[in-house]
Design a protein around this ligand. Structure first.
Ligand code: GRF
Length: 230
């Protein structure tokens, strides 16, 4: 059997994606899946906003979507209700991995611990610095030389799980929060598929424990870093 035939026999990693906004990172995954560049199948997308452009991207790719709007008919959907619906939807899709890509609600420990699959999140800073919001502005204000993005295991503590991978750049003197966001987003679009490839191939482990990573792979210590200055 040729190597090509053998690689076609590898079962794709089933991925569910949670979004709130534009979905440019989702689009990168859709493109890679459709091009056969990543061994993945995006089995569904959940959005907490009905106006998220990510939904259009998913529908155009014929991926099932579910909207669990945080404001439906003027009434706010509590996080517990969101989680109850999201849990059963995720369970029905049977994902091997759940990806939070620009998903802007904070999830409970109960939801995370009982989710249908391990969860990773894309965060626009070099964790552990600049958890939370407005990361680009804060990095500039602090006079940082470097900035970037991280992919980490989701745990109950916000932006605090094991950092798997990072991509970094140098902040330019003329960078504004907007220009930096744009530059970092280009990094995200490379970091996310690269990380998912490592997970799909089993080179990275999602056990929230970097010593298990050290034992099971030839890769250097976490986080794996890409330096991608433009
Ligand atoms: C990304 O910049 C990510 O870092 C942040 O939200 C943004 C999502 O962008 N958490 P998109 O919806 O994938 O375009």
């Amino acid at each position: 059997m040729s190597i090509d035939n053998a690689s076609q026999l590898i079962k794709p990693l089933r991925i569910a994606v949670l979004v709130s906004g534009s979905g440019s990172n989702l689009q990168v995954l859709i493109n890679a899946m459709q091009a056969g560049a990543l061994p993945i199948e995006i089995v569904g997308v959940i959005s907490n906003r009905e106006d998220a452009y990510a939904l259009t991207r998913a529908k155009d790719a014929e991926i099932p979507v579910v909207v669990l709007s945080h404001v439906a008919s003027g009434k706010r959907m509590g996080i517990k209700t969101f989680e109850t619906h999201a849990s059963s939807q995720l369970a029905s899709w049977q994902p091997g991995l759940i990806v939070l890509a620009g998903f802007m609600r904070v999830l409970s420990a109960d939801f995370i611990d009982n989710a249908a699959a391990p969860m990773i999140n894309l965060h626009p800073s070099l964790l552990p610095v600049y958890k939370g919001l407005d990361t680009h502005q804060r990095a500039i204000q602090a006079g940082e030389r470097h900035h970037g993005c991280s992919i980490h295991v989701v745990t109950a503590e916000l932006d605090a799980g094991t950092v798997l991978t990072q991509a970094l750049l140098e902040i330019n003197q003329k960078d504004t929060a907007d220009s930096l966001q744009e530059r970092v987003q280009k990094l995200e679009h490379q970091l996310l598929p690269w990380t998912i490839l490592l997970l799909a191939k089993g080179a990275l482990s999602l056990k929230d424990n970097s010593s298990s990573h050290q034992k099971n792979t030839f890769l250097p210590a976490l986080p794996l870093k890409l330096y991608l200055n433009d």
